[in-house]
Design a binder for this molecule. Structure first.
Ligand SMILES: Cc1cc2nc3c(=O)[nH]c(=O)nc-3n(C[C@H](O)[C@H](O)[C@H](O)COP(=O)(O)OP(=O)(O)OC[C@H]3O[C@@H](n4cnc5c(N)ncnc54)[C@H](O)[C@@H]3O)c2cc1C
Length: 419
């Protein structure tokens, strides 16, 4: 049993968790950030995700570019740029780990790495402690407020708050993808033939030579010369919260890497002498548990670009649904200059008094999650949750009773954009 007691404990050190911990600490809360691996950043480190998806819109009348994710996300992006670790929207994830450590320590966030949230105690609608499993054994951690940024809503699940999985009816989630990197690519040569990659892949697919159901192969350049990133494996109809199904997904995905590597070397100019250099430590999960919150954000609300009274973040990334059953990806692109907002209520598990959730597992439908899940937006959701928890802590109130105008003013003063 740990004798440490915190105002706020954030579980999960992805960009939502980092936003949450920084905001909580900067607003005066004694804050602990707990992470399962030995580094911060989340999916860019654990699942090899890169680059930052688009988070800007252009005012069609004035031509002005409006960044919709600001605050802590903008600070992180600037720090990466200053370190020479950005290439357009792509970043060097190793530098992200270093920079995030420094940001945490400068803001007074205490860190606990290599620790997995394994159980939670609950009295009524309050979470009283979360027990983590690590090399010290089982360590029980107490706090006045908890923020679940595990991506999979692990804490809400362990504390028995209601959640949904995937789309209604069959509960299928978006496909999983094991991201990997290939080195020794002649990118200048590849650029010339880039357009031919999809038709050649599809032709091979049609001949039955390829098992991977992915039909659109995208190759992202990285800040490291000769190294490219592929988010091109696709594992469908596996439940990302079932340990046995995830193991099957891992095995299938690794064979798909071999298939892609053979294809690139054989058919695509610039890849003749390439090597597989790294695959992500974890097969990437786009979607899994989503809490049932005080508000369930829907795609219709996104498409109508509703400006909620309790809005705490904004976005306009397309509703990008990779087919949970096989090939193809559907899109809904927002018109230039338009954006939606995300209500604070979608961060509160139904009836919870001292638990908030941020990141890809907030309370949305399957379709809405396909837009709000990108790295820039989850960071802003974390910043909102951390700020709200610190305000609740100051006032000794339930998360539901946080004064919305105080929350919005505090976020705006810290540089956030809430629409
Ligand atoms: C294949 C793939 C490609 C993607 N491509 C892009 C892209 O190009 N651009 C983009 O912007 N977004 C992309 N995304 C979406 C984006 O990466 C995620 O939606 C986003 O990272 C979610 O952030 P998060 O903080 O909610 O969760 P995560 O980034 O997953 O962070 C969760 C953190 O919590 C930790 N954790 C998990 N469980 C526990 C536990 N029980 N105890 C303690 N710690 C725990 C994890 O180790 C991790 O560090 C992609 C996602 C996938 C899977």
């Amino acid at each position: 049993m740990s004798n440490r007691k915190y105002d706020v404990i954030v579980l999960g050190g992805g960009l939502s968790g980092c936003g949450a911990a920084l905001a909580a600490a900067r607003n005066g809360a004694k804050t602990l950030l707990v992470e399962r691996i030995n580094a911060l950043g989340g999916a860019p480190c654990t699942m090899g995700v890169n680059p930052f998806m688009s988070y800007k819109t252009r005012n069609p009348e004035t031509g002005e570019i409006i960044p919709l994710s600001r605050g802590i996300f903008a600070e992180l992006e600037n720090n990466l740029r200053e370190a020479g670790a950005m290439y357009y929207n792509a970043f060097n994830a190793e530098w992200m780990k270093i920079i995030l450590n420094r940001m945490m320590l400068e803001s007074g966030v205490e860190l606990l790495f290599n620790s997995v949230a394994a159980s939670a105690k609950r009295e009524g609608n309050r979470v009283t402690s979360v027990t983590v499993s690590n090399k010290s054994g089982l360590v029980e951690l107490e706090a006045s407020y908890f923020i679940d940024c595990t991506g999979d809503a692990d804490v809400a699940f362990l504390a028995d708050f209601p959640y949904r999985l995937g789309r209604p009816g069959d509960q299928l989630c978006q496909p999983m993808t094991l991201c990997f990197q290939i080195c020794n690519v002649d990118y200048e040569v590849f650029k010339e033939s880039q357009k031919s990659i999809i038709p050649i892949w599809q032709a091979e697919h049609a001949k039955g030579y390829i098992k991977n159901p992915m039909t659109e192969i995208m190759v992202f350049n990285t800040p490291i010369p000769g190294v490219v990133q592929l988010n091109a494996t696709r594992i469908v109809k596996k439940n990302p919260t079932d340990c046995w199904e995830v193991t099957q997904a891992d095995i299938i995905a690794r064979e798909q890497i071999v298939e892609l590597y053979d294809f690139l070397r054989k058919f695509i100019p610039g890849f003749e002498n390439c090597h597989i250099v790294a695959s992500a430590p974890q097969t990437g999960v786009r979607e899994s548990r989503m809490i049932d919150g005080e508000h369930i954000l829907s795609a219709e609300e996104l498409k109508d670009c509703i400006k909620f009274e309790d809005r705490i973040a904004a976005g306009n990334y397309d509703i990008d649904i990779h087919n949970p059953e096989g090939s193809g990806t559907s899109h809904y692109f927002f018109p230039q200059g338009q954006y939606y907002t995300i209500p604070y209520r979608s961060l509160i598990p139904k009836d919870a008094e001292n638990l908030l959730v941020a990141g890809r597992c907030i309370s949305t439908t399957h379709e809405a999650q396909a837009s709000i899940r990108i790295l820039p937006i989850v960071c802003t959701l974390g910043e909102a949750a951390g700020t709200a928890a610190a305000i609740a802590c100051k006032n000794g109130c339930n998360v539901k009773d946080v004064d919305i105008s105080t929350l919005q003013d505090t976020l705006t003063k810290a540089g956030a954009f809430i629409g």
